[in-house]
Design a binder for this molecule. Sequence first.
Ligand SMILES: *[C@@H]1O[C@H](CO)[C@@H](O)[C@H](O)[C@H]1NC(C)=O
Ligand SMILES: *[C@@H]1O[C@H](CO)[C@@H](O)[C@H](O)[C@H]1NC(C)=O
Ligand SMILES: *[C@@H]1O[C@H](CO)[C@@H](O)[C@H](O)[C@H]1NC(C)=O
Ligand SMILES: *[C@@H]1O[C@H](CO)[C@@H](O)[C@H](O)[C@H]1NC(C)=O
Length: 247
Amino acid sequence: MILAFYIVLLSTPSSTTGECYLTPSTLLIQPAGRVKGLTCEDVPWSAVTTIQCAMLCLVRENCTVVSKDCQTGPCQCTLCQGVDDLGDFNSSVLPAEVYIIGRVLAANLTVPPRQTILLPGPVVEGQVFRFLLSLLSTKMVLKLMIDSQFAFLMEIRFWSRNVVRNSLLGGKWGQQEQGVPYFNFTLNQELEVIFVVTRLEYKVYFDSVPFFNFQHREPGLARINILEAYGSGDDIGYLHSAFVSMQ
Ligand SMILES: *[C@@H]1O[C@H](CO)[C@@H](O)[C@H](O)[C@H]1NC(C)=O
Ligand SMILES: *[C@@H]1O[C@H](CO)[C@@H](O)[C@H](O)[C@H]1NC(C)=O
Ligand SMILES: *[C@@H]1O[C@H](CO)[C@@H](O)[C@H](O)[C@H]1NC(C)=O
Ligand SMILES: *[C@@H]1O[C@H](CO)[C@@H](O)[C@H](O)[C@H]1NC(C)=O
């Protein structure tokens, strides 16, 4: 069992309007819970390092997750083809470590408030998006788009203490979904938002807590090509980082 969700950023510069990129050796460590991989293999390797596990994953096709567990005898790297769920969080259990290899799409941007970022490749099942936000305004929007259409839009709304979700496909808004397990967010606080792309839906986590799912309305996930983020005003600096696992 894998308990703790860490992300390795082995990034390469990608097309965004920002200028800041993390170096390949930068590790961003994020404690969370168990990751359920789609198809995984365990590779025993005594005294393996994080980077060595990540490198093993790099040479495998579609390998997005690496976990390292040295707690039960010799170390072992667990390599998976994709993530299914971030699963049950139980921080009282000794953690193994999980790393997701991917690239930084944006980091600490100081350029215009609305960020329109081209994705480096098609969206696929098992992929993970991770955003670190500062909630600077009373609304915060994240969108996955197909050109000018919205496959998935989520909007954090302080005034109604909710997070609404919708799509805009074929020129038509879909049915709005809302409802969250709780809303105790405050202005200026930081928030981690994770999307796990599964076959049926996006599983969305706020600060590692499963917050809601959004069923795919656009069947052609691979057509999604743009990520957009914005708040309600001219705020810059709300997007500390946007990360996507490599496919
Ligand atoms: C890798 O992912 C691509 C795109 O989802 C898929 O077409 C291909 O079959 C995958 N390869 C393996 C070995 O799973
Ligand atoms: C967390 O794990 C510990 C040790 O396995 C267990 O005793 C405890 O009940 C678990 N907590 C939850 C909420 O599942
Ligand atoms: C962004 O800025 C924050 C606050 O200054 C800093 O803690 C963080 O490390 C920076 N993140 C990146 C990805 O550079
Ligand atoms: C918000 O509520 C959740 C669930 O009750 C809780 O775990 C979390 O600590 C709360 N956060 C704050 C800042 O109060």
